[in-house]
Design a protein around this ligand. Structure first.
Ligand code: FES
Ligand code: FE2
Length: 347
């Protein structure tokens, strides 16, 4: 199930260079390139002439994409503006385009009804583009698993106590935590405090803690698959949970873009509010989270293999799944609404 009438992250800005860039999103092959004035253009990756992938072509002067096969040239509106072998261009010689916006170092694409695309609906990820306040580094991981498995993972961080013991986890996360799930305007907010517990390895490295810490995880989920985590810790006895301005604060920023039903583009970044102008610190934080996320990816891909083999009986829930269950309800409702409006439009 894909939700179409939403913005998705299609690429990091630095992935787009001077050549067209191919990426499949919600099952649709897309060719991305920088058109006139450097503005990003997204075209269906299929030449309307003889269906050669447009991403095999090249970007020529003035920001036109030239198909590799017979050299037809397309502008940022998808219109064919030149054919090397004839003057007249058939009106139907047009590639499908998708609305695109570049924001916070990400290229955002709208996969649904273009008339509904409103850039105001792009979720806030300003931590990626405020270098005077946050150090940040991210990447995109290709994951052989359905996107919802990644959403589930980020909504239940009790797995840190078992999966991520060498980096961001320790037993206290599962055993000593107080958590709360609230609905937000669009999604779900999961709040978890772990009071007076040893800091996990990444926190010791990043914050230099020598005593127990009070640690928080605020997980803000917005559909379809945006998870903005505010996490951090302060030395125990310094006023948390009422005040917690000191210590270390990080944002773990996630945008999951379905590639197919069983594969995903996992865009993420880690931002930190300490030692922000030191690239070594940013790299250390990024490496720690990369190590943890690769552990997660191994699990997602394992889950997907089990699902592909045989879904078996329904899953059995535990209390820690509360936020996941709320999120799934929201997604199901949105999907039904979208399906209903598509049907109404067809009738
Ligand atoms: S297939 Fe693209 S120009 Fe012929
Ligand atoms: Fe994890």
């Amino acid at each position: 199930m894909f939700l179409r009438n939403h913005w998705y992250v299609a690429a990091w800005d630095h992935e787009l260079r001077d050549k067209p860039f191919a990426r499949t999103i919600l099952g649709e092959p897309i060719a991305l390139f920088r058109g006139a004035d450097g503005a990003v253009v997204a075209l269906e990756d299929r030449c309307p002439h003889r269906r050669a992938p447009l991403s095999m072509g090249k970007v020529i002067d003035g920001g036109r994409l030239q198909c590799l096969y017979h050299g037809l040239e397309f502008d940022g509106t998808g219109a064919c503006v030149r054919a090397p072998s004839q003057k007249e261009i058939p009106a139907a010689m047009r590639a499908k385009t998708y609305p695109v916006v570049e924001r916070h170092h990400w290229v955002w694409i709208w996969m649904g009804d273009a008339a509904l695309a409103d850039s105001a609906a792009i979720p806030d990820f300003h931590w990626l583009s405020t270098p005077d306040q946050w150090g940040a580094k991210g990447t995109v991981m290709h994951v052989k698993a359905n996107w919802q498995l990644i959403v589930d993972n980020l909504l239940d961080l009790t797995h840190l106590a078992t999966v991520h013991l060498t980096t961001i986890g320790n037993a206290a996360i599962a055993e000593k935590a107080e958590s709360r799930v609230q609905r937000t305007e669009q999604g779900v907010l999961m709040t978890r405090w772990v009071m007076d517990a040893p800091a996990p390895p990444t926190y010791v490295k990043a914050g230099g803690f020598t005593t127990n810490v009070d640690r928080w995880q605020f997980i803000d989920f917005a559909p379809p698959a945006f998870l903005r985590l505010h996490v951090g810790g302060v030395p125990t006895g310094t006023g948390a949970p009422e005040t917690f301005d000191g210590g270390i604060h990080m944002r773990n920023l996630n945008a999951i873009t379905p590639e197919t039903e069983t594969t995903s583009h996992y865009f993420w970044a880690q931002a930190h509010n300490f030692d922000i102008h030191n690239p070594k610190t940013t790299e250390m934080v990024f490496k720690q989270i990369t190590e943890a996320f690769l552990e997660d990816v191994a699990i997602f891909e394992g889950q997907q293999r089990v699902i592909d083999r045989d879904k078996g009986p329904p899953e059995v829930d535990i209390a820690a799944d509360a936020a996941q269950i709320q999120a799934r309800r929201i997604l199901t409702r949105l999907w039904e609404a979208e399906r209903g409006s598509t049907r109404a439009a067809a009738e």
